[in-house]
Design a binder for this molecule. Structure first.
Ligand code: ADP
Length: 169
């Protein structure tokens, strides 16, 4: 059974073997957490991403971590849904991001995976609903990953993820 922790910080400094990037479908880098990961990984990350693009919403693909600090070895790029009011399948797509990322993590043999709060920044997903989907999907997806860290950059997200974990369904 996977152990899930909620922490606050910068995902590029996580003590895990694999981090998940909230990417856009070009996989060439962008703003927010995507920009932070690309800056820390160096230009080879965009080259590797471009070779795998386009990645549709709800899907996930892996690249090496390039210049990211050990123990991070892999980056899983997943494309979250853009929030359009909640009636365009956003919840299923967001759940798919977490599920597919864990499936790709299993293919990599990952033991510890850190996720950002996918879609809750530039893509506009309501952070309370996104936190619940993150926690419930990670806990209901069969995986050989031992440790999942849900990484909040800001305090409100940290509190929402903690609340979702304490009151998980
Ligand atoms: P999206 O386009 O999927 O909405 P964003 O990167 O805009 O992605 O935001 C997703 C979440 O990642 C937000 O909660 C944002 O505050 C957070 N974030 C931004 N930078 C970092 C970072 N270095 N580490 C972890 N989370 C981050």
């Amino acid at each position: 059974m996977v152990s899930v922790e909620v922490v606050r910080g910068d995902i590029t400094a996580e003590d895990v073997d694999t981090i998940v990037n909230a990417a856009n479908s070009s996989l060439r880098g962008g703003g927010g957490v995507d920009g932070a990961i690309h800056r820390a990984a160096g230009p080879r990350l965009a080259e590797a991403g471009a070779a795998l693009a386009p990645c549709p919403p709800g899907e996930a693909v892996a690249t090496p971590a390039f210049d990211l600090d050990p123990p991070i070895r892999h980056v899983i790029h997943t494309v979250g849904p853009v929030w359009k009011g909640g009636t365009r399948g956003e919840a299923d797509l967001l759940a798919s991001c977490y599920r597919r990322s864990l499936e790709v993590a299993d293919e990599l043999g990952a033991r510890s995976v850190a996720f950002p709060a996918i879609s809750t920044g530039i893509y506009g997903y309501p952070p309370d609903q996104a936190a619940r989907i993150a926690v419930d999907t990670v806990l209901s997806t069969p995986t050989r990953v031992e440790r999942v860290r849900l990484v909040a950059f800001d305090r409100p997200t940290f509190e929402l993820l903690g609340e979702a974990l304490r009151t998980r369904s």
